[in-house]
Write a protein that binds this ligand. Structure first.
Ligand code: HEC
Ligand code: HEC
Ligand code: HEC
Length: 465
């Protein structure tokens, strides 16, 4: 009896392994038979360049300061570190020998030319929505970049996650392969925006929560990226002044908005890239995002109106007086006196965006359920961008103790929002300081497209690329 059970179990295991290998297996696509550079219609290459900007390919496939698209950027994930690969047309270390068919399959199914499954750190769960035609243009763009000979470090992943065939199981559960389907009941602009945002723009890869298998869970309900909170951009948006089509358009195009501040962290790279797109495409994305957010509730609207009205009153008062409010009084709590002496000078100066600090009544970072971005900003500040004028904020990590920071954060939350106190502050502050969260510090965007430059160059020339 016992032997039969064991044999039966062994049989089942063999069948299960066989089935999964069969499902997991993807054939190799033959390499191109020559390493000669390919030539394409320049118009196709140019179209590919704009699409690559929407896809933000350069941000993940370039180590800052190194050769573009050569890969090697470390992407920390909850499972370990994954390195982006070389997607220049170098025949040995890049994708120089890939045919268009192999590239199309990688974008649609997350499989490399040899047939290996790729990790979804490469956001093919979104890129699968891209049309064949657009992938052709992307291929033309990449295959005409400067070839760079460079091999990225090996991924640092524990077994069994390091074993690529298990990704086949992940894909069965979580990957929905297939191009974007337009909604015939919506406008052409809305559909264009949806196509760009849900596909190449992969907004959801940062803005959507993930389950413990690293798969998307929900839609734009708030996620995390590179140690930053990527706030909800659906009806749960934490922005105190509700976003609308106009403000989204300005923010995505210019990297800042007077009611929302500058784009920061990994979002700075996104807006820097979107700023290079044709105007109509940015407008389409804004139209779509505004429709996902929907109309704000009457309650949210009236709180926003109240904030704006109060701030206008303050501004008038400030203009009339020469008082500087950065003086602590003895009745202040610890948090209040730190805020007054270290923050108010910039954040209540009335100096306009993007170079002044936003009044914190309008700050999503302060109003959000997740305090991570307030922690990041206060510890590390906003570094100056290279060679261009940018919104700069000093970091206070070295001069403030944890006790002072916690008092400050609690005070800010209490004074500037009607939200409940954060409960995870001490733990987040600890994990941020210890480096566990791998916070990537980037200059803000909203720089070369600052107020004086807007309208001056509508082709969106962007030195950050
Ligand atoms: C969020 C980061 C990220 C973005 C954005 C991104 N990639 Fe990647 N990509 C990766 C990572 C990480 C890998 C390696 C995955 C692996 O090792 O399984 C990868 C792998 C690839 C591969 C497979 C290369 C090979 O040698 O196997 C191709 C092709 C590729 N990316 C193209 C693109 C294109 C085109 C874009 C822009 C439309 C893009 N990627 C945007 C992270 C990214
Ligand atoms: C690489 C990750 C990443 C991608 C991709 C990304 N975002 Fe973001 N986004 C963020 C982060 C992080 C923030 C918060 C930054 C901050 O504090 O300013 C943010 C902020 C925003 C905000 C401001 C939210 C608020 O209320 O202040 C909007 C709007 C936004 N993103 C829209 C988009 C859209 C639309 C796309 C796709 C075209 C997109 N994002 C793609 C990471 C990302
Ligand atoms: C030298 C001026 C300066 C000082 C001092 C300063 N900031 Fe800032 N801060 C800025 C600028 C500029 C920005 C970017 C514009 C923006 O988005 O507000 C910024 C952004 C922020 C934001 C993001 C607001 C948003 O858009 O949602 C927060 C939160 C913040 N600062 C908190 C603080 C805190 C807390 C302190 C005090 C410990 C502080 N700042 C001190 C200049 C300053």
């Amino acid at each position: 009896m016992f032997r039969r059970v064991v044999l039966g179990l062994i049989f089942l295991i063999v069948v299960a392994v066989g089935v999964s290998v069969a499902i997991a297996w993807r054939s190799e696509i033959e390499p191109r038979d020559t390493a000669e550079p390919l030539e394409f219609d320049p118009a196709l290459v140019e179209k590919g360049a704009a699409l690559a900007a929407v896809g933000n390919c350069i941000a993940c496939h370039t180590v800052p300061g190194q050769k573009a698209f050569a890969g090697g950027l470390a992407l920390p994930t909850p499972f370990g570190t994954i390195y982006s690969t070389n997607i220049t047309p170098d025949p040995e270390t890049g994708i120089g020998l890939w045919t268009e068919e192999a590239f199309q399959r990688a974008m649609r199914e997350g499989v490399d030319r040899e047939g290996n499954h790729l990790y979804p750190a490469f956001p093919y769960d979104h890129y699968t929505r891209v049309t064949e035609e657009d992938n052709r243009a992307l291929y033309a763009f990449l295959m005409t970049r400067e070839p760079v000979r460079y091999t990225a470090p090996e991924n640092e992943l524990p077994f069994p996650i390091s074993f690529r065939p298990i990704l086949a199981g992940w894909k069965i559960l979580f990957l929905d392969v297939g191009a974007f389907e337009p909604d015939p009941d919506r406008s052409e602009e809305w559909n264009r925006g949806a196509y760009l945002a849900e596909g190449l723009g992969h907004c959801g890869s940062c803005h959507t929560a993930r389950n413990r298998f690293g798969a998307l869970s929900g839609h734009w309900n708030g996620g995390e990226a590179e140690g930053w909170a990527a706030f909800a951009i659906n009806e749960a948006s934490p922005a105190p002044i509700p976003w609308d089509r106009e403000s989204l358009h300005a923010y995505l195009r210019n990297g800042w908005h007077p009611h929302h501040g500058v784009s920061r962290g990994p979002m700075a790279e996104v807006t820097a890239n979107l700023g290079t797109l044709p105007e109509a495409d940015v407008r389409a994305i804004a139209t779509y995002v505004a429709s996902v957010m929907g109309e704000p509730t009457a309650e949210r609207r009236s709180r926003a109106d109240q904030i704006l009205q109060d701030l206008e009153g303050d501004a008038a008062e400030q203009a009339a007086s020469t008082d500087v409010q950065a003086v602590a009084t003895s009745s202040d709590s610890l948090g209040a006196s730190i805020y007054r002496s270290a923050c108010a000078t910039c954040h209540e100066s009335g100096r306009p965006q993007p170079f002044g600090g936003l009044n914190l009544f309008m700050s999503a970072a302060v109003n959000a359920p997740n305090p991570q971005n307030l922690i990041n900003l206060t510890l590390y500040g906003l570094p100056a961008a290279d060679g261009v004028r940018s919104a700069v904020m000093p970091g206070f990590g070295a001069v403030m103790s944890d006790e002072e920071l916690l008092a400050l954060f609690n005070y800010i939350r209490d004074r500037f929002t009607d939200q409940p106190a954060w409960t995870d502050l001490p733990e987040r502050l600890r994990a941020t300081r210890s480096g566990e969260y791998h916070v990537r510090i980037l200059p803000s965007d909203g720089i070369e497209r600052g107020p004086s430059n807007i309208g001056a160059s509508d082709d969106g020339d962007n030195t950050q690329n």
